[in-house]
Design a protein around this ligand. Structure first.
Ligand SMILES: [Zn+2]
Length: 461
C-alpha cells in the first residue's frame, strides 16, 4: 500500500484516490522567464517518478502541469529584452520542454498556459468577491486573509495577528510579511493587461494555479506537488482561494520535494554554482546520470548535487546496463528455476516496499543493486530462462526509474525465442506466463497472432 507524506497533515498517509483506479495529479509548472536550473529539475524529475510509479501500480493518472507565462518576472524580463511577453515566454517554454525531454520526463497529459485561462481566473475572482472574501483597492483586488480562519493550515503558521487590510502586491514574500495578497493586479503603464469584467489588469500568480487545476481536475483532486519553496505563500494561497470559493477541500495530498544544494552550498549565481541543465550537459555529463542523481536521494531529504555524485551515478547506470545486456544475451526459452523466480520476486517485493514507503528511492535502488550483485555472483549457474527473467525484471524496474539508455529493437531471433518460450508455457498450461510473454513482446511493439499454422508476428502496434 502506497504511503505519501502529506504536508497538510504532517503525516505519512495511505494513498487512496477519490475515484478508484484514477489519480488526478497537479504539478506547478515552470515560470518561463529563464532556463530552468538543476534544482527545479529535481522537482520535475521527482514528479515524473511519482507519476510512473502510480502507473506501475496500475492507476490511470491524469496529470496537469501549468505553464506560468504571465507574472512579475516574465513581464520584467520580456521588457528588459525588448520582446513581447508572448515571444519571450514561447522561447523559454520550448526550452523547458526540450530540457524535460532530455531528462526523460514524460510530458503532462494537459499543459494549460496561464494567458489562455484569464476567463477562468476572472470567474474565480468574481466568485470570491460575491462571497465577501476580497476587496478592491486602486483597481487591484486582494484576498482578505482575516476572512479565512483556516489560513496558514498548510504552512503551519498562525496569521491571526496579521494586520487586517495590510496588503502585498508582489507574488513572492515570506511568512513574516504575510498580508492580504493580490488576486488581480490593476493595469500598469507598460505592462501586459486584459480588459475584463473585473477591470483592466492581469492575474496574480497564485490564482493562476487555482483556476487551471480546478478547471481540469475538479474542485477536489488527489495530489498537488511542487517544491518546498512553494508551500508559502503560493500553495497556502491556492488553498485559501480555492476552498473559499468552493466551500470544498481543494487537494487531498500535498507533496513537496526538498531543495538541492551544490557541492555543499546553496546554489546561487554569485557563488558560481548555479547550473541549468544545459550547463551540465556542456560539461559532458549525461542526461541519465543527472536524472539518476536527482532521483537517487529520498525526495524529502536535501540532496547534495556534486561532480562526484554524477560520476557515481554514471557508474551505477553502467553497472545496471552491463547486467541487463548480459542477461539479455544469455536469455533463452524455457522455464526459470523456481528458486531464481523466488529471488526475483523477493527483489521486486523489496523494491515495491521501498517505493510504497513515501517513494524511498535510495532503499528501492539498494534492493535492485543487491539483486544485481547476487545474480552476478552465480551467473554461470543461470539458465536461459533465469537470464530472461532477470533481464525482464530490470526492464520492469526501469519502467519506473527510466535511467537505462534505450536498447536497439529486438532481433528476429530474439522474437522467435520468446515465441518458443510462450508456446512451451502454453503446452504446460502455464497461461499466466504465456500472457506475460505476449505482453512483454507487445511492450516492445511486437504483435502476435495465433493462427492454425502457428504463431505469426509483426512489428508495430
Ligand atoms: Zn502553482
Amino acid at each position: 500500500m502506497l504511503k505519501l507524506h502529506n504536508t497538510l497533515t504532517g503525516k505519512d498517509e495511505e494513498f487512496h484516490p477519490l475515484e478508484e483506479g484514477v489519480v488526478r495529479f497537479y504539478t506547478c509548472g515552470p515560470t518561463v522567464y529563464d532556463y530552468a536550473h538543476v534544482g527545479n529539475f529535481r522537482t520535475f524529475v521527482f514528479q515524473d517518478l511519482l507519476r510512473r510509479y502510480l502507473k506501475y501500480l496500475n492507476y490511470r493518472v491524469i496529470h496537469v502541469m501549468n505553464i506560468t507565462d504571465v507574472d512579475d518576472k516574465t513581464i520584467h524580463n520580456a521588457r528588459e529584452q525588448g520582446m513581447s511577453l508572448k515571444d519571450y515566454t514561447a522561447k523559454y517554454t520550448s526550452a523547458f520542454l526540450e530540457d524535460s525531454k532530455t531528462l526523460r520526463i514524460d510530458p503532462p497529459d494537459i499543459m494549460p498556459r496561464a494567458t489562455e485561462h484569464i476567463a477562468e481566473m476572472v470567474g474565480l475572482i468574481k466568485s470570491l468577491g460575491e462571497k465577501g472574501f476580497s476587496y478592491q483597492k486602486d483597481g487591484s483586488i486582494y484576498f482578505s486573509i482575516a476572512r479565512d480562519p483556516d489560513y496558514g493550515k498548510l504552512s503551519k503558521a498562525d496569521f491571526s495577528g496579521a494586520q487586517s487590510g495590510a496588503r502585498v502586491d508582489t507574488d513572492k514574500y515570506d511568512k513574516e510579511n504575510a498580508r492580504d495578497f493580490v488576486l488581480w493586479k490593476a493595469k500598469k503603464e507598460g505592462e501586459d493587461f486584459w480588459e475584463t469584467e473585473i477591470g483592466p489588469g492581469r492575474p496574480g500568480w497564485h490564482i493562476e494555479c487555482s483556476a487551471m487545476s480546478m478547471k481540469y481536475l475538479g474542485e477536489t483532486f488527489d495530489i498537488h506537488c511542487g517544491g518546498v519553496d512553494l508551500i508559502f505563500p503560493h500553495h497556502e494561497n491556492e488553498i485559501a482561494q480555492s476552498e473559499s470559493a468552493t466551500g470544498k477541500p481543494f487537494v487531498r495530498y500535498w507533496v513537496h520535494p526538498e531543495f538541492l544544494i551544490v557541492e555543499g552550498e546553496k546554489m546561487s549565481k554569485s557563488l558560481g554554482n548555479y547550473f541549468t541543465l544545459r550547463d551540465l550537459l556542456a560539461k559532458g555529463h549525461s542526461p541519465e546520470s543527472i536524472r539518476y542523481l536527482l532521483l537517487s536521494v529520498h525526495y524529502r531529504k536535501q540532496l547534495n548535487f556534486t561532480n562526484d555524485g554524477l560520476r557515481q551515478a554514471q557508474a551505477s547506470i553502467q553497472r545496471l546496463e552491463d547486467f541487463a545486456l548480459r542477461a539479455k544475451e544469455k536469455a533463452g526459452p524455457g522455464e526459470p528455476s523456481a528458486s531464481f523466480a523466488e529471488e526475483v520476486n523477493a527483489a521486486r517485493q523489496r523494491f515495491i516496499e521501498a517505493m510504497d514507503d513515501d517513494l524511498n528511492t535510495s532503499a528501492a535502488l539498494a534492493a535492485v543493486f543487491d539483486f544485481v550483485r547476487a545474480t552476478y555472483q552465480k551467473q554461470n549457474a543461470l539458465s536461459g530462462g533465469d537470464a530472461r527473467l532477470a533481464s525482464e525484471f530490470i526492464e520492469e524496474i526501469d519502467g519506473v526509474l527510466n535511467i537505462l539508455r534505450p536498447q536497439p529493437e529486438l532481433l528476429d531471433e530474439e522474437i522467435a525465442a520468446q515465441i518458443e518460450a510462450r508456446q512451451a508455457a502454453r503446452k504446460r498450461k502455464d497461461f499466466a506466463e504465456a500472457d506475460r510473454i505476449r505482453q512483454w513482446l507487445a511492450s516492445k511493439g511486437i504483435q502476435l497472432e495465433d493462427t492454425r499454422d502457428g504463431v505469426r508476428w509483426k512489428r508495430g502496434s
